[in-house]
Design a protein. Structure first.
Length: 62
């Protein structure tokens, strides 16, 4: 997978996580924004590891 595409997918996943979390919280304060941003970063890292492993596994099967 191209590096730019990989990074873009992770960034979009983090952004969507943060936006959806803020919508569900129905409150946008500095504390909640910081908490959701931190959670979004963790989600992005986990998601990035997952799609990296998935891509490696897919390449090994081909």
């Amino acid at each position: 997978m191209e590096r730019k595409k990989f990074i873009a997918q992770i960034f979009i996943a983090m952004l969507l996580y943060i936006i959806i979390s803020l919508i569900l919280e129905r409150d946008i304060s500095a504390e909640i924004l910081l908490k959701e941003s931190r959670d979004g970063l963790i989600f992005g890292i986990v998601y990035g590891v997952f799609i990296w492993i998935w891509d490696r596994r897919k390449k090994n099967n081909d």
